[in-house]
Design a protein around this ligand. Structure first.
Ligand SMILES: Cc1ncc(COP(=O)(O)O)c(C=O)c1O
Length: 424
């Protein structure tokens, strides 16, 4: 068994970044520079291709970042584009904040709509998932006795808005328990089916839960819910950008996402989808001049706002598309399978994320059996420079590991060696 050199990592961190300037870094004309380097051709050594993708991200020296589910990094291209927008804005602030970038903003909306196979009139450019969840929960005029289903793995951002904005009105939050290791999609659909009553008005569910990376069956639940006149709101914080998503096909009513995770956008930028027919239920969280706009733009009208970051989201979608949504999709499952193949069945570990691709993607959680996860996480950080998130709730006691596109198989080998080393 190969053992990574143990070291005190903290002493070495923070001096510069890891970017290797021996590999091409891509500038404003992303697609042409990508093509010029032959990167649009996967016939190259496939792992070499992903090494080049990794080189577009500038992590702190010595950091092994497996924590994308907490927060993504922006590639050099996305950083450059956003900085350029910031410089432009500061060159003539009033012009760009008040109308100068209207067309550019609409281009971002179109790109986001295409990414999710919906229309631009169904996309609002928001700040994050939490905002979208507040927007949904605050919009509804629910009555005493009405029920909202929120399974026990929902993130605080998806539960607190219901508690604060609606619970005082006497509605009931129904909290069914999801199995941690479902074998099939039906195991999860069944939980939602049983929780529905004639009083259910809304089901609010994650697309991917942040606890153990399980994918929830949005399409199946939406189909079942709509037959009973129930609306479905989806927390897409962990899914937007991780794999192909066709919101028309999923057919949920609302989908709220943070592009600063798996789309690598500037921080504090989010996407909000509302199906055309379901937009009538929504009211803006903030009202400002322009609030009488009947289009979806009324939901993103905050007056002065972070426009360079919003336009930077356009650059992050370009980055995603240059690599290719299909390629990213396949890579997600390739990395997951590679990781699992190294540790599955080893009696020293328990993988607490369901295996099938219909039930999980690039987030996997693993317990080092019999060891406190917080202590294991600390050791990984201090001795190997590995950052990940310890998940202590729901009986997990497990490390949450994210395999974003800047993670290579070599990185996974390093991680697995460290885990083997710690497990003894
Ligand atoms: C499932 C889920 N929902 C919501 C959020 C909150 O995201 P944000 O802070 O970007 O709104 C997170 C963050 O990790 C998440 O994992």
């Amino acid at each position: 068994m190969k053992t990574p050199a143990r070291r005190t990592f903290l002493r070495q961190l923070g001096q510069g970044t890891l970017s290797s300037f021996a590999v091409p870094l891509f500038g404003a004309d992303l697609l042409s520079s990508w093509k010029a380097a032959g990167l649009d051709n996967l016939q190259n050594n496939a792992e070499g291709y992903w090494e080049l993708v990794k080189a577009q991200f500038h992590f702190a020296k010595g950091l092994h970042y497996f924590n994308n589910a907490s927060l993504g990094a922006s590639s050099a291209h996305i950083q450059q584009a956003t900085n350029t927008f910031r410089n432009t804005l500061d060159g003539f602030p009033s012009k760009y904040m008040w109308g100068g970038w209207e067309d550019e903003k609409e281009v971002v909306r179109k790109k986001a709509a295409a990414l999710f196979s919906v229309t631009p009139e169904e996309i609002a450019l928001t700040h994050n998932t939490t905002e979208g969840m507040n927007l949904i929960a605050r919009s509804f005029d629910l009555q005493p006795g009405d029920e909202v289903i929120l399974a026990n793995h929902e993130h605080a951002s998806g539960t607190i808005p219901w508690e604060v904005w609606q619970e005082t009105k006497g509605i009931t939050l129904v909290r069914p328990t999801l199995p941690i290791l479902p074998k099939t999609v039906s195991d999860l659909v069944e939980v939602y089916e049983k929780a529905i009553t004639p009083k259910t008005k809304v089901i609010s569910m994650c697309h991917i839960v942040n606890t153990n990376g399980m994918v929830l069956p949005v399409k199946e639940v939406a189909k079942m819910a709509h037959q009973k006149g129930i609306l479905v709101a989806v927390d897409g914080a962990q899914s937007a950008g991780m794999f192909r998503i066709n919101l028309k096909d999923l057919n949920c009513d609302f989908y709220t996402a943070s592009s600063h995770k798996w789309l690598f956008s500037p921080k504090g930028v989010g996407l909000f989808y509302a199906k055309k027919e379901s937009q009538k239920h929504l009211k803006p969280l903030i009202v400002a001049r322009g609030h009488t706009d009947t289009s979806i733009r009324r939901l993103e009208n905050y007056n002065t706002r972070n426009l360079p970051e919003v336009l930077g989201l356009g650059a992050s979608i370009d980055f995603h598309n240059t690599i290719g949504g299909d390629r990213i999709h396949e890579r997600t499952f390739e990395l997951k399978t590679y990781f699992r193949s190294k540790l599955e069945g080893d009696p020293r570990f328990t993988i607490k994320t369901p295996a099938p691709d219909t039930l999980s993607g690039a987030i996997q959680v693993i317990e080092v059996n019999g060891r406190d996860v917080v202590a294991v996480k600390e050791k990984l950080w201090e001795e190997y420079g590995i950052d990940c998130r310890p998940m202590t709730g729901k009986g997990l006691n497990a490390l949450r590991l994210s395999f974003a596109i800047y993670i290579t198989k070599k990185d996974i080998d390093y991680l697995v060696d460290a885990l083997n080393d710690l497990a003894g």
